[in-house]
Design a protein around this ligand. Structure first.
Ligand code: NAD
Length: 281
């Protein structure tokens, strides 16, 4: 039987700590941290993500400002907004909701955010910093996962860690952060042959591929830790992860549920990064 890693509860704990810190700073006359959220276009999922992030900010006592540009906005207009926010002293963190509409160079936009305000840690400059192990901001999903591992006292040192998925926002940074904790890390992806050979030997598996119930109990060893990053919407509207929770939980020592595992931790890390950005003023 496995322990279910409650990301929702831990996220609430972290948010409450952030709020307490901000409240005590306010009593000393220190302004609340602030986050600028930039939304370009009408993508319905992006609108929901932005709303959730703004609500989380409000609950934690972080001031958020939304900047909405139309679908027809040009790259120059988006870059001009970022430059303006970079110079705006009242803004501590800047987050650009992706994907951006076609014709706008996402990488160029993200790299224009001042590294001190890049709370998603997506810019080349911040990727370089956490590659070298001296980051101020951790990328939100992998960083949130580290908090979960810490909460459940899961030591990475010397463990066989298998990361499935190699995206720039989850798989690659996750592998780096586990390596920094002295894990022996293997990154598997869509071209990996005989994936089970790796997963069956893994002490810790992080699965982030966007394929519902891909990782099944027969692919893992007894006592493995399973961290499920996937968010997949099924035809019936329910959300499921990349791991088959029912079969994996029979063998895993620890497992994250979906929803309520990694998702809430991603937001908690974003709030932590915003607080950190404001402490640097
Ligand atoms: P992505 O969609 O950019 O890329 C998918 C990755 O999976 C690729 O690296 C690919 O090589 C790998 N892959 C695809 N099929 C595979 C297979 N059959 N075997 C092995 N590897 C395979 O990845 P992403 O943006 O990291 O998103 C992955 C999932 O995580 C999605 O479901 C996404 O919604 C979710 N996600 C969740 C959070 C969160 O906060 N919980 C954050 C980001 C992404």
């Amino acid at each position: 039987m496995s322990t279910i890693m409650d990301g929702k509860a831990l996220s609430c704990e972290i948010r409450a700590e952030i709020k307490a810190k901000i409240d005590s700073q306010k009593e000393k006359g220190i302004e609340a941290p602030s986050l600028a959220v930039v939304l370009v276009g009408n993508d319905p999922a992006s609108k929901i993500y932005v709303r959730n992030k703004k609500n989380a900010c409000a609950e934690a006592g972080i001031t958020s400002y939304e900047y909405t540009l139309p679908e027809t906005a040009t790259e120059e207009e988006v870059l001009a907004l970022i430059e303006k926010l970079n110079c705006d002293e009242k803004i501590n963190g800047i987050l650009v909701q992706v994907p951006l509409p076609k014709g706008i160079d996402e990488k160029k936009v993200i790299d224009t955010i001042s590294p001190e305000k890049d709370v998603d840690a997506f810019s080349e400059s911040n990727i370089g910093k956490y590659f070298l192990g001296n980051a101020k901001f951790l990328p939100c999903t992998p960083g949130g996962i580290l908090h979960l591992l810490d909460k459940y006292e899961i030591d990475v040192n010397g463990k066989n860690c298998v990361v499935i998925g190699r995206s720039n926002i989850v798989g690659k940074p996750m592998a780096l952060l586990l390596l920094q904790r002295n894990g022996t890390v293997t990154v598997c992806h869509s071209r990996t042959k005989n994936l089970e050979e790796y997963t069956k030997n893994a002490d810790i598996i992080i699965v982030a591929i966007g394929k519902p119930k891909f990782l099944t109990g027969d692919m893992i060893k007894e006592g493995a830790v399973v961290i499920d990053v996937g968010i997949n919407r099924l035809p019936d509207g329910k959300v499921t992860g990349d791991a088959d929770f029912e079969s994996c939980k029979e063998k895993a020592s620890f497992i994250t549920p979906v929803p309520g595992g990694v998702g809430p931790m991603t937001i908690a890390q974003l709030l932590l990064n915003t607080l950190e950005a404001s402490n640097d003023k």
